[in-house]
Design a protein around this ligand. Sequence first.
Ligand SMILES: Nc1ncnc2c1ncn2[C@@H]1O[C@H](COP(=O)(O)OP(=O)(O)OP(=O)(O)O)[C@@H](O)[C@H]1O
Ligand SMILES: Nc1ncnc2c1ncn2[C@@H]1O[C@H](COP(=O)(O)OP(=O)(O)OP(=O)(O)O)[C@@H](O)[C@H]1O
Ligand SMILES: [Mg+2]
Ligand SMILES: [Mg+2]
Lengths: 224, 224
Amino acid sequence: MIRTDNLCRRFHVGDSWVHALDSVDLAIDEGDFVAVMGPSGSGKSTLMNILGCLDTPDDGRYRLLEQEVELLDDAELSRIRNVHIGFVFQSFHLLPRLTAVENVMLPLRYSNTDLLQARQHAEHLLTRLGLDDRLHHKPNQLSGGQRQRVAIARSLVNQPPLLLADEPTGNLDSKTSDEIMELFTELNRGGQTILMVTHEDEIATYARRLIRMRDGKIEDDSLN
Amino acid sequence: MIRTDNLCRRFHVGDSWVHALDSVDLAIDEGDFVAVMGPSGSGKSTLMNILGCLDTPDDGRYRLLEQEVELLDDAELSRIRNVHIGFVFQSFHLLPRLTAVENVMLPLRYSNTDLLQARQHAEHLLTRLGLDDRLHHKPNQLSGGQRQRVAIARSLVNQPPLLLADEPTGNLDSKTSDEIMELFTELNRGGQTILMVTHEDEIATYARRLIRMRDGKIEDDSLN
Ligand SMILES: Nc1ncnc2c1ncn2[C@@H]1O[C@H](COP(=O)(O)OP(=O)(O)OP(=O)(O)O)[C@@H](O)[C@H]1O
Ligand SMILES: Nc1ncnc2c1ncn2[C@@H]1O[C@H](COP(=O)(O)OP(=O)(O)OP(=O)(O)O)[C@@H](O)[C@H]1O
Ligand SMILES: [Mg+2]
Ligand SMILES: [Mg+2]
């Protein structure tokens, strides 16, 4: 499903370069459930952004679902981002003027879903995540952990084959975190490929494979 | 240092009320190191915002440093917020156009600090938090955990008698989290009063007292 070869990403700040990703080789197959861990600043979010087609590498290649991503045009990338990939951002990125339900329904604009069915599916996901009495709250009317759960629901609403979750439980108490991980486990058993960044060992244990990053490189990649 | 009596805060959404805080009685003395835990949505951030003079209660009273907060005017509140209280927000709230150092120096505008000394103090704190090579990065040039550390440095730069930290390690790996908690322990030994919200048990253990919230109420308040 995912193949990367010598993936590099650097940023120029002032008169120096930050090597956020430094030759990353990665192979992820359909149905994998992978945790990515590593120190703050080691390149995890940068990797996720490239895998999610939100950023492009400076060197190296990325094949996603049999396609060379650098050869895709904007329309194809947009479609992949909205239909084939579910993304939970480390900082949520909810639209402030939309309610929880409206935020969750956003990715469904790109697929030909009946609007009533879309709404029901969004409400069902939010209810599953404990937010049935928060459906019509806007993000500034929600707690940090509630916003995080809206971001998770939005990533799942299109039932995408690939779920990329960047610190999905960072703002959640352990009981709610376990519920989210039970949901992810269920989705993975149903065939969804999941790649999640976490800094919590108890969350990483739900994954079958563990990748450790350091200074923009993968330093370890083995069964969990 | 802090005394609250029947503190209440409610929000009106649609045609219903959310009782975010439901009669909270709290007493915190100088030098206390308190952890606040509870499920997502239980009122922790709402409590912190009121204690930090960023929000006002709908009922009840709040005495801070011997003063009835509701009797203070805007200028006095502003001074308290910037000089007497250090606040780490759950969503950081860094100014996007300022560098890490400039963000950390912000609270020092309110105190009569020599600008060169202010800059050195800000750089020293950022270095202590492992960000010496990120001083001139703007927030969008920083990782999630790096932004979190800038927010922590900003909260400490005025050496405020009261530190309010809302999920200060939510985006940090365990090694960096422990370093932050060692710093907090050191500051507390030096006399700083610390109240921190966390959902992680390993972080809560650094505090001497543990308050548990549920549904806007304090359900437990005892030694840790
Ligand atoms: N402006 C608002 N309007 C309406 N409801 C609000 C508003 N702010 C907070 N709430 C609600 O008040 C409750 C308490 O919110 P608060 O942010 O204090 O929770 P919390 O304990 O910090 O949760 P978390 O652990 O998820 O950060 C939540 O159920 C939230 O939906
Ligand atoms: N736009 C940018 N410009 C300059 N440097 C950047 C930029 N984005 C990221 N970086 C740097 O690249 C490195 C990797 O960032 P990244 O966000 O991938 O780290 P991370 O592993 O997700 O960290 P965290 O665990 O703190 O979220 C960091 O050191 C960061 O400062
Ligand atoms: Mg990150
Ligand atoms: Mg909160």
